[in-house]
Every structure is written in C-alpha cells, then in structure tokens.
Design a protein around this ligand. Structure first.
Ligand code: COA
Length: 259
C-alpha cells in the first residue's frame, strides 16, 4: 500500500497521506513518494490544482514519524550540514506555482502543519486541531517557524511554535490559519468545490499571479513589479489571454486550455 495516494480527476490532482494507522505520520516512504508526486504535479500540464488531505477520519497528519526518529538516515540531521539546502518537497520549500488546497479533518501537527502552511488555501473541519508539538519532544521546527509568522502573524505563530499545545479549528480560523471551517467529514468536498472554482480560471494567469505574490515578498518593490510585468508578458502571449476577453465579448464561459 503506498504511503501517499495520488489520483488525477479532470484538472485536479488529489494527494492523500495514507498511513491512517499511524495518523498519517511522515516516514521515509511518505517523504520519497511525496517528492515524486510534487515533481509530477509540477510537470503535468493536464492538472491545474492540487488538493492535499489525509486518509481516515482522525488525522491530516500527526507530523514526523516519532518512531523513526533517531534511526540512521532519518531527517535533516543525517545530511551533511555543508550541503546546499534545497526544498525537494512542498513542505520543505519546493516551488509550486499551481494553486494548492489543504483539506484538514483531524490532527494537523508538526510537519503536517508545515505542509498546510505551504498550501495556498486551508479548509478545516470542526474536528481539526493544529499544533507544533516539536518543543514537547525537545526538537526544533525550522521551516514551520519560517512560514507560520507570515501566515498567522508573529504572536499567533509563537503561541503555536513555543507553547506546543493544540488549538481547535475555531481558534485556527480566528488566527487566519484556515479560510473556512465546515462540519466534520466535509473538508474534502469543500476543498473540491474550491478546486473546481479555481479550474474555471486561466491556469497560466493563476500561476503567474501566485509566483509574483510569493516571490515578491523577498524583493524590493521596483524589482518585484519589473519581474511581474515580465511574467505578465508571457501570459499575455498565451491563447488563454485571448480566449478570456473573447468569451466575455461573446457572453459565454471561457474555455481555457493552459496554452
Ligand atoms: N509518529 C508515529 N506514530 C504516530 C504518530 C507520530 N507522529 N502520531 C501517532 N502515531 C501512532 C501512535 O503511536 C498510535 O499507534 P499504535 O496504535 O501502534 O500505538 C496511532 O498512531 C494512534 O495514535 P494514538 O496516540 O493512539 O492516538 P491518540 O488519539 O491517543 O493521540 C495524538 C493522538 C496525535 C495526540 C498523539 O498520537 C500524539 O501526540 N502523536 C505525536 C505527535 C507528535 O509529536 N508529532 C511529531 C511532531 S515532530
């Protein structure tokens, strides 16, 4: 049984963390399979949006596999400190410019929380809970600490990162961590509705806009606009950029192709 299920339906890729017996904790197999899946999702022009969720009714993910911790070859500590770091998984920094949605219907802890922070949209059910329990184990979280303040502000981020206790879905909504809270069992269907809505938009326009929104955070204003305007020219040269206005004039829905 794969540690991650990967299915493409219409324009949507469904990525399901699939170790429900371990609350979908991230082990080596899951990391490896996710690497390949995100690479495929980036490459495949046929899929425009990803929905990430967890199998079973209890968890999105309970974080890194604590039982594997300390094993030879596990985690960052086994790598040479002097190797240039690069993100090869969404949660560790892989650049993915297609929109991503997380559907959270249970525990979302540690690396699971880091993963949803790397997604563009987060939809939680009432039974979801969120936390960084790393400090309880005496270990540090790094990418989560980099991402969380940008999403929920420094005060909320430090509450999650340093206290190490779980917060419920309502508190997550109040701090801006999730965009919507739905009844238990409905997070995935709500995420699917959002994915279908996104698939009605021009996929190249979405990718360009998303890249500018994220990349510009690291850039001076003038450089960011110049970079964005250059990318905009590429989008404007696409068939989709002609199709959108033409469909408007003809009073019909646009048929975007991603070309
Ligand atoms: N790594 C490996 N296995 C995990 C896991 C993790 N992060 N989280 C849960 N599991 C396993 C449990 O060991 C248990 O397996 P077992 O039945 O073989 O003993 C199974 O998943 C169910 O978990 P359980 O602890 O019985 O459920 P619970 O409802 O009592 O508690 C949690 C749920 C999430 C509060 C609890 O499992 C927990 O604290 N997990 C660890 C969270 C964590 O520290 N993550 C790492 C961050 S770096």
């Amino acid at each position: 049984m794969p540690a991650v299920l990967y299915e493409k339906r219409d324009r949507i890729a469904y990525i399901t963390l699939n170790r429900p017996e371990a609350l979908n904790a991230f082990n080596h197999e899951m990391h490896q399979e996710l690497r390949e899946i995100w690479q495929d999702f980036r490459r495949d022009d046929g899929v425009w949006v990803a929905v990430v969720t967890g199998a079973g009714e209890r968890a999105f993910s309970a974080g890194a596999d604590v039982k594997q911790m300390g094993e030879r070859g596990s985690g960052q500590a086994s790598r040479s400190f002097w190797e240039t770091w690069f993100g090869d998984n969404l949660q560790t920094g892989l650049e993915v410019w297609k929109p991503t949605i997380a559907a959270i219907d249970g525990y979302c802890l540690g690396e699971g929380l880091t993963l949803i922070l790397a997604c563009d949209f987060r939809i939680a059910s009432e039974r979801a809970s969120f936390g960084f329990p790393e400090v309880n184990l005496g270990i540090a979280t790094i990418v989560g600490a980099v991402r969380a303040p940008k999403v929920v502000g420094m005060g909320n981020a430090l509450e999650l990162l340093l206290v190490g206790e779980r917060v419920d879905a309502q508190r997550a909504y109040d701090m801006g961590l999730v965009m919507r809270v739905v009844p238990a069992g409905e997070a995935l269907s709500e995420a699917e509705k959002l994915a279908e809505r996104l698939c009605r938009n021009g996929p190249l326009a979405m990718r360009c806009t998303k890249e500018v929104a994220y990349r510009s955070q690291q850039m001076p204003f003038g450089d960011a606009v110049r970079m964005g305007e250059s990318l905009r020219r590429l989008v404007n040269a696409s068939e989709d950029a002609r199709e959108g206005p033409q469909a408007f004039r003809e009073k019909r829905a646009p048929q975007f192709t991603g070309r």
